[in-house]
Design a protein around this ligand. Structure first.
Ligand code: GLN
Length: 467
């Protein structure tokens, strides 16, 4: 069922809200071993049901009336703690709602709980979470992807129709791909980040994970648009994306890339080729594009991202909020021990890298170099978009791997984001779409900045043609 169908069933009385949620809670509890939720409170779910019932006794049901939603645990909801997947914030209770959460509640959505993630959104597998990894609901020996791991898993395991995640370098699209669902990251500045913990400010975006494109469009129209509390809110209006039932690929120019220039697993390659030929058969003109800078994307990302991470993480010092060590005599000890005990290994690694990249001694050489190549990449994308309407790449370079198998190899994990990170670096929009059912490769439609409606329509059309 999609949002409109489920909402209508509640309103018509065909489905009983309380019965539906009692069953949903049973499903969630029976799948506890997937380790999807960090915070989950039944009483809060029934409190929300009571609220929307009271509010709607005059028949003015919100657009998300009764729809189950999960939130990545870096999005603030004042009824549940917000850990960001870290020991640093294990007991942190936020005192306000993120703008996106207020907007969901206003439309009568039900917040099911806060879901697992890589620590402070750094990771690709959920294995950097202080609360242990989430398992992939399709095959629980595999990673679900990350960092919005619980978001993807909760939708794939049918615990929520939609989940909000965050994407700074693929964290919505990559887990969506690994869990065989849809994951959308809007153009930079489209959805408010107020109340979402920052990882790397020039890259972070709130994104939406769902089982269908239509629900992504419905949700974006509700949570997107201008927010005067977010200085990066670049739209001065509401979002009102329309699905055009007549949209098709005739006359569309779709840019593709030569996968032989990249290291990619065979199945991912085959699925990409499958999608390209499908899109071609639907009437699109396929245009091969040559990218000079794409192969540097993960290196540029590492430099820019860790520099921003090191500055964002400096607020966690044990003094204002969050974890505080028991072991200190001097102020130096307090900082060092708090941060060494409170942050996991991956977060510490990135803080160390970022501090090096920003160091004054070498005149911030690498950071400046990274920003220069970032500009070249962005110019290159703009030039390509003069030739095509949409750029098509695989979402990831590999399929989900066995839990635990790459913990010792962070560099290979970084490389899997080759096609994800440039979209963030250049502020573009993107949606990841499954090609086949089950564990398989996915594709990304990448669009020009603010041309989200184009890629969403293309995704909707592809989804219908492919099913
Ligand atoms: N895998 C990427 C990383 O670890 C994605 C991060 C993100 O998008 N939040 O940096």
């Amino acid at each position: 069922m999609n949002i409109n169908e489920l909402r209508s069933s509640f309103i018509s009385g065909k489905l009983d809200l309380r019965k539906f949620y009692s069953e949903l809670i049973e499903t969630i509890e029976s799948k506890k071993d997937l380790n999807i939720f960090i915070s989950f409170n039944k009483d809060d779910i029934f409190r929300q049901i009571e609220n929307i019932e009271k509010k709607n006794n005059n028949n003015s049901h919100g657009a998300l009336f009764g729809i189950p939603v999960t939130l990545k645990d870096n999005i603030s909801y004042d009824k549940l703690k917000m850990t960001c997947g870290s020991k640093m914030l294990e007991n942190f209770e936020p005192i306000f709602n993120a703008t996106v959460v207020d907007k969901l509640i206003k439309e009568d959505a039900i917040i099911i709980g806060k879901v697992n993630m890589d620590e402070f959104a750094m990771g690709s597998s959920s294995e950097t979470s202080y609360f242990g990894p989430t398992k992939n609901p399709i095959d629980n020996t595999l990673i679900p992807g990350g960092s919005s791991s619980g978001s993807a898993a909760s939708v794939a395991a049918e615990m929520a129709l939609i989940s909000l995640g965050s994407d700074s370098g693929g964290s919505v699209r990559q887990p969506a791909s690994y869990c065989n669902i849809y994951g959308y990251m809007p153009s930079y500045g489209t959805i408010s980040r107020y109340g979402v913990a920052s990882m790397a400010n020039t890259l972070d975006q709130v994104g939406i994970l769902s089982n269908c494109v239509e629900d992504i469009v419905t949700t974006t129209n509700i949570i997107g648009g201008y927010d005067n509390k977010d200085m990066n809110s670049t739209l001065n209006e509401k979002v009102n994306f329309q699905i055009n039932e007549d949209y098709n690929f005739k006359g569309k120019k779709i840019g593709v890339i030569d996968l032989d220039k990249f290291e990619i697993e065979e199945t991912v390659k085959e699925d990409y080729e499958l999608a390209v030929s499908k899109i071609k058969s639907l009437g699109a003109e396929i245009i091969e594009l040559d990218f000079k800078y794409l192969k540097y994307s993960t290196s540029v990302y590492s430099v820019v991202m860790s520099s921003e991470v090191s500055s964002n993480m400096s607020r966690f010092d044990g003094i204002r909020y969050g974890y505080l060590t028991d072991e200190y005599e001097t102020t130096d000890d307090l900082y060092i021990n708090t941060r060494s005990e409170g942050f996991g290994e991956e977060t510490q690694r990135r803080i160390a890298m970022g501090t090096l990249f920003l160091a004054a001694e070498n005149n911030q050489k690498l950071y400046k170099q990274g920003q220069k190549v970032r500009k070249l990449m962005s110019d290159e994308f703009n030039t390509q978009f003069e030739k095509v309407d949409i750029i098509l790449t695989p979402t990831t370079t590999n399929l989900p791997y066995e839990l635990g198998s790459r913990v010792e190899d962070p560099l290979s994990v970084y490389d899997s984001g080759t096609f994800n990170v440039p979209v963030n670096l250049c502020g573009l929009c993107c949606i990841s779409i499954p090609v086949r059912k089950g564990i398989s490769g996915s594709i990304q439609f990448i669009g020009k900045r603010y041309e989200d409606e184009e890629i969403l329509n293309a995704a909707y059309y592809y989804e219908r043609s492919n099913n």
